[in-house]
Design a protein. Structure first.
Length: 456
């Protein structure tokens, strides 16, 4: 565990002596490891996709893509139900309380994914064919895939990102040799690759449970759900409408425009992928860091939000400028015939990313204060705005118009996030409604962290 001793839900300087480096050095180390892990996770997903795509038929890769989509959807729900509450409410937990929180979170993830796995298995039986067999292969390994991600998020919440790096390295070290053997043997069906991918994740998930010293039990699930329903309900709805608006806007472009338009937007988003890795690392690092500091003054929180937004916006604009300098020859080499369309929407999509970065600072502070209802309302407003601006843009100006519509919708949200944070910081009971003993808002005082009885 890095960082100082935590008492009363906040970090102190006690315990710094005898540890290598000062607080800023250790914080910089954690930030760097968050970035390393996010990059590693993204890279392994890219390698996985390329490896499977080369080994199986086009239809087989489509079936694998559906399996990966199911996994991605479950990841979103798991983060809303476990990952985010863990960062928001338990980043200051220590000792037995930290172990209880981790155990309850992992137990909840296992329970949800076992149920989801059963549903996926039934769907596989009903669908049949290549897709059905692929889903049947996914069903038994789905819990391992999602629990591995849950362990990563718990490591981030505990400010131990080095353990997440170790876990992801183990996952990659197990899955890719097995997949290499499958590919070398000429296996061209997707289901063995799904088993190799998910089986390796299960190994990493088991390692994660050991790393956390977690003891997940069935009776912890109901406690966790009851203790955190005040924020998880909003977070899950937020995920649904956010994912729905993002995918819906792309589908709308395809319906009003063409598949070429969709391909151009997706290709440009791929080029902007490194920005997503960096912003994900910033979020996974800062959310627990801010959450555990419950005594921050309102002015400090405001300045922190402004600083984060400024850094992310500056980085986004610099990266966008570099993308504008990419020569057509290199762009064509990377994206083939999709490059002309992608290059035409790079500028507006880059500005949309910068606008999203401007929202990021206030968002992190609001999330860290446990104000899920406020973030949900903002996303509930944003979802139809994105669809309306994108739809209007593609109607007026094709692909480029759709991209500018996305940029407009994100720009509109910037002052709304800033205004919501300002209101929160100037409202009585702000800057933080969480009790100082490390429990989050809405948790009863007769429960330990994670809503699990302390047994006392």
């Amino acid at each position: 565990m890095t960082g100082g001793v935590v008492t009363g839900g906040t970090a102190t300087g006690a315990g710094v002596a005898g540890r290598r480096g000062g607080p800023l050095t250790r914080m910089a180390g954690r930030a760097g490891l968050n970035l390393v892990d996010q990059a590693l996770s993204a890279l392994t997903n890219v390698v996985l996709a390329f490896l499977v795509a080369r080994a199986v038929t086009a239809g087989g890769f489509g079936a694998f893509a559906v399996a990966f989509l199911v996994f991605s959807l479950l990841i979103g729900f798991e983060r809303s139900l476990v990952g985010q509450p863990m960062s928001i409410r338990f980043s200051a937990a220590e000792g037995v309380q930290r172990q209880q929180a981790a155990s309850a979170g992992i137990a909840t993830t296992v329970a949800v994914t076992l149920l989801a796995g059963a549903v996926v298995a039934v769907a596989g039986v009903l669908l049949g064919g290549v897709l059905g067999v692929t889903l049947l292969a996914l069903a038994p390994v789905l819990p391992g895939l999602v629990v591995q991600d849950a362990c990563r998020l718990v490591f981030f919440a505990q400010r131990r990102p080095h353990l997440a790096v170790v876990n992801d390295v183990v996952w990659a070290a197990v899955q890719f040799p097995v997949m290499g053997v499958l590919a070398a043997s000429g296996v061209d069906e997707p289901w063995p690759y799904v088993l190799a991918w998910g089986g390796a994740a299960t190994v990493a998930a088991a390692l994660g449970v050991v790393q956390l010293h977690a003891r997940p039990r069935v009776d912890q699930v109901a406690h966790w759900v009851r203790a955190h329903i005040d924020i998880t309900g909003y977070l899950m709805l937020e995920y649904v409408i956010g994912a729905g608006s993002a995918q819906g806007s792309i589908l709308l472009v395809g319906a009003v425009g063409s598949l070429d338009d969709v391909g151009s937007l997706r290709a440009a988003q791929t080029l902007l992928g490194p920005l997503g890795i960096v912003t994900a690392a910033i979020r996974s690092f800062l959310l627990p860091e801010v959450s555990r500091r419950t005594d921050l003054a309102a002015r400090t929180r405001w300045r922190l939000a402004a600083a984060v937004s400024a850094v992310v916006v500056a980085g986004s604009l610099v990266f966008a400028g570099l993308l504008q300098l990419v020569p057509d020859g290199l762009g064509t080499e990377l994206l083939g015939d999709t490059w002309p369309g992608a290059s035409s929407v790079l500028l507006p999509l880059s500005l949309a990313s910068a606008a999203a970065g401007a929202c990021m600072g206030p968002a992190i502070v609001i999330y860290a204060m446990g104000q899920a209802r406020r973030t949900f309302l903002l996303h509930a407003f944003e979802a139809p705005l994105v669809i309306a601006c994108t739809g209007g843009g593609v109607h007026l100006g094709g692909t480029v118009g759709a991209a500018w519509g996305m940029a407009l919708s994100m720009t509109v949200m910037v002052p709304l996030w800033a205004w919501q944070l300002r209101v929160l910081l100037t409202t009585p009971a702000a800057p933080d409604e969480r009790p100082r003993d490390g429990r989050g808002p809405g948790q009863r005082t007769d429960q330990g962290l994670g809503g699990v009885s302390d047994g006392t």
